[in-house]
Design a binder for this molecule. Sequence first.
Ligand code: NAD
Length: 319
Amino acid sequence: MAGAVTRRRLGKTGLELPIIGFGASPLGGVYQEPLDEEEAIKAVHEAFKSGMNYFDTSPYYGNLRSERVLGRALKDLPREQIIVATKVGRYGTDTFDFSAERVTKSVHESLERLQVSYLDLIQTHDIEFGDLDQVVKETLPALQKLKQAGVVRHIGITGLPLKIFPAVLDRVEPGTVDAVLSYCHYSLNDSSLETLIPYLKSKGVGIINASLLSMGLLTEQGPPEWHPAPEEVKAACKQAAEYAKAHGSNISKLAIKWALQQDSIASHLIGFTKPQQVYMNVETAQSPLTAEEKGILAEVQKILAPVHNVTWPSGRPEN
Ligand code: NAD
């Protein structure tokens, strides 16, 4: 492992994550079909070589496919030099089961698909779709047992609405949850996670920001069909991407460089399918904003201002 990518500590876990992590949901074919699996496996290996050795997946992504493809790639890498994170509770085409029995079984199934004997991080996936009482009283204690048995090293929770994080963290003993994964709330068009950072730090949990490119909104090719953002957000992001391109820049590069300035976030997950994206994003992550880019970024932020922090509903109404 070349170790080029800067690293930051994840809360109190002792894990040192690369500032950009490999988001493996696209390995489930959710952004691009047909997915070239051999190319995706090469992307995983190239990421590792560049020091981006943190891989995040879920049984939900592509209905088990992401874990299977990632497992085929990980089996060729030295286990002690990679950080493997997956999730429990969300499956198939939007089925949720946060019961102790299901999540315990799920962890063992993920180990097989990922071809590893332990997980560095297991996360309860999109808890806003569950009963938070069950998450606190049943799911997290079941994961705690797996932690005590050495099957998982650290425990996290994930989801979209920011209020779910204090709703759980305020009800559990310190050390029960090691990390939170928030998505689509720390990027150029939505930075609302910022307001929660002091609270999360006070709770001693590590912070992971996923979907740094807002699930494709902040790319030149634009978001996939299923993207849940309101039309005005999609239109503003498209306009911003066009502005950046017309001025010799790239919206994805600006988004990455902007986000990496926030050092309270241990790692930002970006979805990859191609080695080329790995090379490009690693290079971007290693070079700060130039004076010229700062000027373009200021204009891009003006374009995005009318939709800043505009999000979409997710989960049960009571959460
Ligand atoms: P993303 O914002 O990273 O966007 C992914 C898209 O951007 C893909 O189409 C990818 O091919 C493309 N892309 C990557 N680099 C690019 C570049 N330089 N230029 C142009 N396009 C580029 O969205 P994501 O993949 O959904 O999020 C990243 C990861 O975070 C996921 O793979 C997943 O591991 C994690 N995540 C977790 C949750 C959760 O737990 N609830 C939710 C969302 C994301």
